[in-house]
Write a protein that binds this ligand. Structure first.
Ligand SMILES: Cc1cc2nc3c(=O)[nH]c(=O)nc-3n(C[C@H](O)[C@H](O)[C@H](O)COP(=O)(O)OP(=O)(O)OC[C@H]3O[C@@H](n4cnc5c(N)ncnc54)[C@H](O)[C@@H]3O)c2cc1C
Length: 385
């Protein structure tokens, strides 16, 4: 039976990027349960895929800072943009920070497909289990056993099972006694406790806010939703929230005291937010909507909390809605510079299956691509020696 040099589990962003960097002389097979490669990449960012961000550093990730810093130094945002440029793709910058494909995620998928032309791509195959017999890995799949000298686990996280997501990466790691942190939903909307049910009544409205969670401050849009709160600011905040309070500043670009100062208008009229939202916030802050000059000291104190509306979310919308999974293979189990398991020679973990999760805004693809390149470089260094 054929023994591949490298078997990559998962034909998603990280697996394909890793394969694309390997020399043709290395025999590579990529196994995926789906009938097509890169299904998440395809639908991401509304079909245009938010590839990376104008500002990328280890601070945009929840995970081992040194590991992320190293991966970003090997394959940075600029390296990614150059890789795309060299292959005829020029992403566009939206809102001055998010890089998206111009027309469709296919722009990047087609590059990855072209660059993995020499790999065997084995689709419609579920990965079931991995074992190592002497120095050869044996991969049990739904269509028989495959053998390889090296295995790269790139099976992603658990969210969006409809797109092929599974926990197989964690099962494989555990079967080799590699420690993992169980997956939990992240980049996901938050559900509310009774006291904040007023937000549900604003379903469909959105506004720019600043959310403080632990020591992180995230500024973007908050979307009021039927089930709770969502939108970019909330999704990013969900990455750093487990339980306890978060604080929302509904007017990050203004000072409420300056807005009401000596104004003869109603408070709701000086708040630069949609009327329905201003009224709801005033009610939640227990401030009567009257002429600004007539507000009592107590009312002004309450009103100041428009910059610091603090509450504890009830939970989140779960894996079916989460863009990513927090958790994964612990970084302490991996060689930082190669992503090879410290105790299992020739077994690598890349992408979302590693305990590194980025904020909303292209960071998760950047991590998938950077970690894929780190691993590919390590594999090529081994083969060249
Ligand atoms: C709706 C949505 C939108 C997103 N938008 C963005 C965005 O715009 N920007 C951004 O940076 N990130 C985005 N993300 C996150 C991003 O898609 C992931 O972080 C990224 O794809 C992870 O890459 P990966 O290679 O680790 O895993 P994936 O790309 O998920 O690839 C894993 C592959 O492994 C395969 N697999 C899993 N289990 C098995 C098994 N048992 N047998 C065989 N194959 C298996 C899967 O089919 C899949 O093809 C989005 C995610 C979702 C769900």
């Amino acid at each position: 039976m054929k023994i591949y040099d490298v078997l990559i589990l998962g034909a998603g962003a990280s697996g394909l990027m890793c394969a694309s960097q390997l020399d043709k002389k290395v025999s590579v097979a990529i196994v995926d349960a789906n009938d097509k490669v890169a299904k998440k990449l395809k639908i991401s960012g509304g079909g245009k895929c938010n590839i990376t961000n104008a500002e990328v550093s280890e601070n945009n990730f929840d995970g081992d800072e040194e590991l992320v810093e190293y991966a970003l130094s090997v394959f940075s945002r600029d390296d990614l943009l150059e890789f795309l440029h060299n292959n005829g793709v020029e992403p566009v910058l939206r809102k001055d920070r998010y890089y998206f494909c111009q027309n469709s995620s296919d722009e990047i998928i087609n590059i990855l497909k072209a660059k993995t032309r020499d790999c065997e791509i084995l689709l419609n195959r579920d990965v079931l289990a991995l074992a190592k017999v002497k120095n050869i890995f044996e991969l049990k799949t739904s269509k028989g056993t495959l053998r390889a000298k090296t295995v790269v686990v790139a099976t992603g996280g658990r969210s969006y099972q409809t797109l092929g997501a599974s926990e197989i990466g964690l099962s494989v790691a555990k079967s080799f006694n590699i420690k993992v942190k169980e997956f939990t939903p992240a980049l996901v909307g938050m559900t509310l406790q009774k006291d904040q049910f007023w937000m549900k009544e604003l379903s469909g409205l959105s506004c720019n806010v600043q959310i403080t969670v632990n020591d992180k401050i995230l500024e973007e849009d908050l979307l009021f939703a039927h089930k709770g709160i969502s939108g970019p600011a909330v999704l990013s905040a969900s990455l750093y929230w487990q339980k306890g309070n978060i604080s929302v500043n509904f007017l990050p670009e203004f000072n409420i005291l300056e807005l009401i100062n000596a104004s003869k208008k109603l408070v709701s009229s000086v708040i630069p937010l949609p009327k329905r939202l201003s009224h709801a916030i005033l009610k939640a802050l227990q401030v009567e909507d009257k002429e600004c000059t007539k507000l009592s000291k107590e009312a002004i104190n309450n009103l100041k909390n428009i910059h610091n509306y603090s509450f504890a979310p009830a939970g989140n919308f779960g894996f079916t809605k989460a863009e990513v999974s927090r958790g994964g293979v612990l970084s302490e189990e991996l060689n930082r510079y190669t992503l090879e398991a410290l105790d299992i020679e020739n077994l690598y973990f890349i992408g979302e299956v590693v305990d590194v999760t980025g904020e909303l805004g292209g960071y998760n693809f950047q991590w998938a691509f950077s970690s894929g390149v780190v691993c590919a470089n390590a594999l090529m260094a081994k083969y060249e020696n």
